[in-house]
Each structure stands twice: as C-alpha cells, then as structure tokens.
Design a protein. Structure first.
Length: 214
C-alpha cells in the first residue's frame, strides 16, 4: 500500500492531532507505524486543537452512559479510523467493535490488534449496514459527514443510542470537498435527538446525541 484512499485519509487529521497536540501514547505509536510505511502523506505535523475538545466530549458521553447503564456495555465504534478510545479510557471489560473499511482494519490489526472483548469488522458503510441491534451504544466520531446525508440518517435511526459529530449549519468556513452535508436541526427533529453540544463556536461544529435508554 503506497497511499491510503481518500476516505481513509480523513482519519489522519484526528490521529495526528491526538499525537502532536495531545501527546497521546497510543496515537503516537500508530503515527510512527504509518510514517514508517510512508502513509502519513503530508500529515506529519498536522494539528487542529478543536479535535481534542470533540474527543473529550465523546469520551465523557460514553463514560456517563456506561456509569448509568453498566450492563449496557456492547459498544460499536462506527467508522473508527485510528480511534484509540478503548485503550485510552481503559475499557477492557466492555465488548467493543471497531468498524471501518478494509485498509483501516488491516492497519489496526498490525498496530493495535484484536484481543479479548475487542473485535474488528471490515465494512464499507456506503454499501453495508451494521447489525445495530447487537449494540447498546454507537459512537460515530468524525465519520457520518463523509457519508451521504440520507445514509447518515439511516445509521442514526437504526442505532438505539448514538453520539456523533457534525458540521454546523452556520459554519463560517467551507467544509471540505469530501464532507458531504452540514447539520440543520430542522432536518433531524423527528430523529429523537436529545442534545447538541457545540465544540467549536467559530465553525459551529457540534456533537449530537440520540438516546432511547435515558
């Protein structure tokens, strides 16, 4: 593999921000692995600090859910990229599934391999749909905006509990060419949305939750 696909490259910004700005050991390990393979491709020094705020919000939402519902511990990480949340939060006792395209899963197997209660599924979310009934909560950090709008809504509808992040309707900078839609509350009013947390005021980007168990 000489270069990641365009959709997989979207995960490099988040990874390198955690490595360069957050100094997170697991992310640094993955970054070194990718660098040796020549796969960082211009992202070596990349950093975008608001990503750390977004990650912190997702972390807190998940920990709050697990504290409130300790028996609801089947977690789906949708479009996982190079996420290190399970390792960072030391969630060894939960049942954790990472889903992403095959090339991402192949890399994860080499640098952060599967272990007890931790599973990988290679899946193209444009064409396939996970079995959402198998999971108690879904995390979609930095992923749904790269799917078509209608496809993203299907994912949210099918998930019992989910938190995901979006590009805000009033974003003052243009979204990237591979980011396919912006969030408008009016288009999600019948989706059971329970909370919107803005993490970047200037760009109006936010983390959104839908819970049926709360």
């Amino acid at each position: 593999m000489s270069r990641l696909s365009e959709i997989s490259r979207t995960s490099l910004g988040t990874l390198m921000t955690r490595a360069n700005e957050g100094k997170e050991p697991e992310s640094i390990e993955i970054a070194k692995f990718l660098d040796k393979k020549g796969l960082l491709d211009g992202f070596t020094t990349y950093t975008f600090p608001p990503v750390l705020k977004r990650t912190e919000i997702h972390d807190k939402l998940l920990l709050t859910f697990l504290e409130k519902f300790p028996d609801k511990n089947r977690i789906l990480n949708l479009g996982c990229g190079f996420c290190t949340r399970r390792q960072r939060l030391k969630l060894d006792q939960v049942y954790w599934t990472d889903i992403d395209v095959e090339e991402i899963i192949d890399i994860r197997q080499q640098v952060l391999p599967e272990m007890d209660n931790h599973f990988f599924i290679a899946m193209n979310l444009l064409k396939e749909t996970p079995k959402f009934d198998d999971y108690d909560i879904v995390i979609a950090e930095g992923s749904l905006m790269y799917l078509p709008f209608e496809r993203s809504q299907v994912m949210v509808i099918l998930a019992k509990n989910i938190h995901f992040d979006v590009i805000g309707e009033n974003r003052k900078s243009l979204r990237g060419p591979d980011q396919l839609w912006s969030y408008k509350s009016s288009e999600w009013k019948n989706m059971g949305i329970t909370q919107e947390i803005i993490y970047h005021d200037k760009r109006d980007d936010r983390v959104v939750t839908k819970y049926t168990d709360f």
